[in-house]
Ligand binder design. Structure first.
Ligand SMILES: Cc1ncc(C[n+]2csc(CCOP(=O)(O)OP(=O)(O)O)c2C)c(N)n1
Length: 538
């Protein structure tokens, strides 16, 4: 616990177990707040989002066997979405791990492929090193999940030791002048350059430098779903969010682009094959670590280091407005439909009107969280974002059940901002138990459920591929009564206008609340008559 305190840990999210008794006892006497949750998956998602929003590792705790297994999905989410997270799991005594034994699972083996690093505390003496390393590795670029296993006998032993010092600054590599000159020459000579900005730029707070670079060079910016808000969506240099389908890139001008400047682009979100199928783009890569290998992503210049510093140095070397890259067609089509929706009184409500009402109810810095499903595709593509980290989308693992725990963590990190979590009626029930955590913590955010009694995105894909759908329909509990039983106010909307009114009211409350919105998915998120066929996996 002293090591966690030395790392600046404010909270541990989790569920205790018999094998973590000693740790929990120390936790009760430490400065770290323990946040009991109702399912370990919720704890892992909370730690994940805490890490995304602060850059410091979120910490989650589960006991051995079943507790550790329940953490897995959220840990994997942090791993694929590059969020710093440290998972702590209990374990039986060291001397019973080699044999069939109550609740013993090889958790180290389970965590191995979903963490950057994974260690067992075999001896109390190594605790300071292991904890320091778990945080260092989780927070180092690219960030991600690490795991420490805590055998019960080791945790019960006495130890007289001090935490290792935590360095206040981590040095990052620096792109050389020669590399910058090569990149500047390539960009200067381009006819139609575009920037593709992703979560890597959000992670390191590079939005201001990216905006300066785009303004100075006149090169427009397309964002991935997780990069939303890096550039203000209402700026002329914004090409909108790409990543639903290949057609997005064409419509944003990638078809004509000769040079693509990738700033913090994580390939996990959407394959570069979608915009470089001919492998003829000349790619300038700017990120904190070197490139992933992908046959459609053979870069010409890699600028690795502090992304903001690289962009600022590059501005000095690049000419102004080198060309007319990019196209506003995608953004215009999508925003056109969004704006037109303000007068759409259709009921059940269609997604553009629902998003319009949410945008009206939230300020520039407020936070919208998306769960996973067809609603995520609508949000990713259409919801205008003005600042980074104001639309949180899990697009790497893309697991349903993310939104409610994510909203709790977002509200804990930013108590001054309004938070809305949009869920499908499928994903909501996967972690709805955390509403109790929200009520107990008094985290005021609004859970919105788009209700259609179907796994909407699967229906969408099956209908497109086979002309019918199967295995996708279900009945729901009465969500209003369910929320009320948790002790929170809830409403079912009966018109589009009603949704806006209730949402605005809910956002003024000092505790969590829930709004059920009957949704009509009959209009096609792909806008495929203009944009082609879909390619994304949700
Ligand atoms: C944990 C998990 N299970 C399954 C999937 C596959 N999947 C992706 S979207 C989806 C349907 C989501 O339905 P719902 O939550 O109702 O949202 P909607 O698509 O209707 O907006 C499914 C089953 C997934 N991404 N995550």
């Amino acid at each position: 616990m002293q090591c966690l305190e030395a790392e600046g840990v404010e909270r541990v999210f989790g569920i205790p177990g018999e094998e973590t008794l000693d740790l929990n006892e120390s936790l009760s006497r430490s400065s770290v707040e323990f946040v009991p949750v109702r399912h370990e998956q919720g704890a892992a998602y909370m730690a994940d989002v805490y890490g995304r929003l602060t850059g410091r590792a979120g910490v989650c705790l589960g006991t051995l066997g079943p507790g550790a297994m329940n953490l897995v999905t959220g840990v994997a989410d942090a791993f694929l979405d590059s969020a710093p997270l440290v998972a702590l799991t209990g374990q039986g005594d060291v001397e019973r791990m080699h044999k069939e034994s109550h609740q013993y699972i090889d958790v180290m083996g389970v965590m191995q492929p979903i963490t950057k690093w994974n260690a067992r505390l075999t001896n109390p003496r190594i605790i300071p090193e292991v904890v320091r390393k778990a945080f260092k590795v989780a927070q180092a670029q690219k960030p991600g999940a690490t795991h420490v296993e805590l055998p019960e006998d080791v945790m019960a032993a006495d130890l007289d030791a001090q935490p290792l010092p935590v360095p206040s600054q981590v040095r990052s590599p620096e792109a050389s002048d020669e590399e910058l000159a090569v990149a500047a020459k390539l960009i200067d000579g381009a006819d139609n350059p575009v920037i593709l900005a992703g979560n890597g730029a959000v992670r390191v707070g590079a939005a201001p430098a990216l905006r300066r670079f785009a303004q100075a060079t006149g090169i427009p910016v397309a964002e991935t779903f997780m990069g939303k808000g890096l550039i203000d969506n209402s700026e002329p240099l914004s090409l909108g969010a790409v990543g639903l389908q290949s057609g997005d890139y064409d419509m944003a001008g990638f078809d004509k682009a000769d040079v693509v400047i990738c700033v913090g682009f994580d390939l996990v979100e959407h394959s570069p094959e979608h915009w470089n199928s001919e492998r003829d783009k000349r790619i300038v890569y700017i990120d904190t670590v070197s490139t992933e290998v992908d046959e459609y992503f053979v870069t010409e210049v890699d600028l690795v280091g502090d992304v903001s510093r690289i962009l600022d140095r590059l501005v000095n070397d690049c000419g102004v407005s080198p060309g007319s890259g990019g196209s506003h067609h995608l953004r215009d089509v999508v925003l056109g439909r969004f704006e037109a929706a303000k007068d759409d009184d259709h009921f059940p409500v269609q997604p553009p009107r629902a998003l319009y009402e949410i945008r009206q109810a939230l300020g520039r810095e407020d936070i919208l969280i998306s769960d996973v499903g067809l609603h995520k595709l609508w949000i990713g593509r259409m919801f205008p974002a003005y600042e980074p980290n104001t639309v949180l989308i899990a697009n790497g693992l893309a697991g349903m059940g993310f939104a409610v725990p994510a909203a709790i963590a977002a509200k804990l990190v930013h108590p001054d901002r309004k938070v809305v979590a949009v869920n499908g009626d499928g994903g909501f029930l996967m972690n709805c138990q955390e509403l109790e955590t929200a009520v107990r913590l008094k985290t005021p955010f609004v859970t919105v459920i788009w209700e259609n009694h179907q796994y909407g995105s699967i229906v969408w894909k099956q209908d497109k591929k086979f002309g019918h759908h199967f295995g996708t329909d279900f009945a729901n509990p009465d969500f209003v009564k369910l929320a009320e039983s948790f002790g929170m106010p809830a409403w079912r909307c009966d018109s589009a206008e009603d949704f806006g009114t209730r949402l605005r009211h809910a956002l003024t409350l000092d505790g969590p609340s829930l709004v059920v919105l009957p949704i009509d998915y009959s209009i096609d998120v792909a806008i495929s008559e203009e944009l082609g066929t879909e390619t994304v996996a949700t």
